[in-house]
Design a protein around this ligand. Structure first.
Ligand code: NIG
Ligand code: FE
Length: 413
């Protein structure tokens, strides 16, 4: 099947070739554009693009889409989500309004353990149905590749149930590229309360081998932060996971300067995420490493935390990725459109830098650069968003509650 999109006012993110990895520092400001354009798709991939004065004949295309002077941008890649969960936690939202902190809510039985209780009491089919609804929402809002973590089971059975649900999501919506991350070390499971060391051993000796045997898992994550897991425990879990071929993508420095960045870098993790608190030492640690600093402004917004210093990191020459952190506690939204606005309004990224951070760089943070996700180039997946007619690219994060998506194509569908 071949599709032609015609009358595009501008294709933003149109690159001559697929970038080999993340854009860093000043490179992030560059978003190549092609004005007055057409784009053709063959099967799942972009075939060619060019300017309207050289548009191909419409014969030979089974489908012709008139963009009516809307723009085309790459679909978002959301490199950090927890969308497999059961129920909701708006009760904790009320607690937060009343003045309780994230740590106080967790200490009262809320937080991650609350979601684990609900998930373990929910059937796999029900959990799948609830999660599929979220995945569909993400797709409708322009997300074309997504990372999904476990970490609300915290028992061997619960974690494996989550992995099976992620597998079913991947099969139900093959047009979205899904990557799975094992996050058994999200919190200490209830059965191990007060016995954190034993829980870490359980993860290493029992959970990791079972996760590897189950298959379909790409990465391993640890919540390396104050009150959760230590850098030493994180290192042990990452080392054990590497024997099963699982690469690290860790939570670090959300609640304190945790040492997590240094562990992530030393273990060759693909990303270290959150980073609401980082010092010059972390900036230096990232430099020259393959670990991509990933920030989650939706969590900063929702919990009233500081925003990660993305501007400082980019000015220091680092790549920065931006993801939604969609989860029931700290970021109950997976809308990358809002992440875009937060990046500009709160982190002082330009609209171009922010879009690169949510496409090319999050694709790199998922190991998807070689496949071309996040880029518009011949051979890349035809995962893109057609906008309504808009004055400019900057109008998108600026007019931040205005509907602007006309149509989303994922892998040509
Ligand atoms: O990424 N920080 C740890 N985990 C999640 C929150 C999980 C929850 O509250 O359920 C996060 O923010
Ligand atoms: Fe998270």
């Amino acid at each position: 099947m071949r599709t032609l999109i015609k009358n595009i006012s501008a294709i933003h993110g149109a690159r001559p070739a697929i970038p080999s990895g993340a854009l860093a520092g000043a490179e992030m400001a560059s978003l190549p554009s092609l004005e007055n354009a057409w784009l053709s798709i063959s099967g799942e991939n972009i075939e060619a693009l060019g300017q309207m004065d050289s548009a191909p004949s419409e014969d030979g295309f089974q489908q012709v889409i008139d963009a009516r002077r809307g723009m085309v941008i790459p679909a978002f890649c959301d490199s950090h989500t927890h969308i497999v969960w059961a129920g909701s936690r708006e009760g904790e939202f009320r607690d937060k309004i009343a003045g309780l902190s994230y740590a106080e809510i967790a200490a009262r039985g809320g937080g991650i353990l609350n979601s684990a209780d609900r998930l373990n009491a929910t059937s796999e089919d029900d959990l799948f149905a609830q999660s599929l609804r979220r995945l569909r929402l993400a797709a409708a809002r322009g997300t074309g590749a997504i990372e999904i973590k476990t970490g609300y089971g915290l028992t061997l059975d619960g974690e494996l149930k989550m992995l099976r649900v992620i597998r079913r999501l991947r099969e139900a919506m093959p047009q979205i590229e899904v990557r799975a991350t094992f996050l058994g070390a999200h919190a200490v499971g209830r059965a191990f309360a007060g016995r954190q060391a034993e829980y870490v051993s359980h993860i290493i000796n029992d959970m990791l081998p079972a996760v590897a045997a189950e298959g379909g898992c790409d990465f391993v994550d640890v919540f390396c932060d104050e009150g959760f897991f230590t850098p030493d425990e994180t290192a042990r879990i990452l080392d054990a996971a590497s024997r099963f071929g699982l690469v690290g993508k860790i939570h670090a420095n959300e609640l304190a300067v945790s040492g997590g960045v240094q562990v992530a870098v030393s273990r060759g993790a693909l990303s270290a995420d959150h980073l609401e608190r980082i010092t010059d030492a972390e900036i230096e640690a990232f430099r020259g490493s393959r670990t991509i600093p990933t920030m989650l402004p939706g969590a900063s917004f929702f919990l009233g935390m500081p925003y990660g210093p993305a501007r400082r990191a980019i000015d220091a020459g680092l790549p920065v990725a931006l993801a939604s952190d969609w989860n029931p506690g700290s970021s109950p939204s997976g809308d990358m459109r809002f992440v875009w606005t937060l990046a500009c309004a709160k982190m002082r990224l330009t609209p171009e830098e922010a879009l690169n951070a949510m496409t090319v760089n999050t694709a790199a943070a998922l190991g998807l650069s070689p496949l071309g996700f996040g880029t518009i180039a011949p051979g890349a997946p035809a995962s893109l968003i057609i906008t309504n007619p808009l004055p400019s690219l900057s109008y998108i994060p600026y007019a931040y509650t205005e509907p602007w998506i006309s149509r989303v194509l994922l892998k040509g569908r």
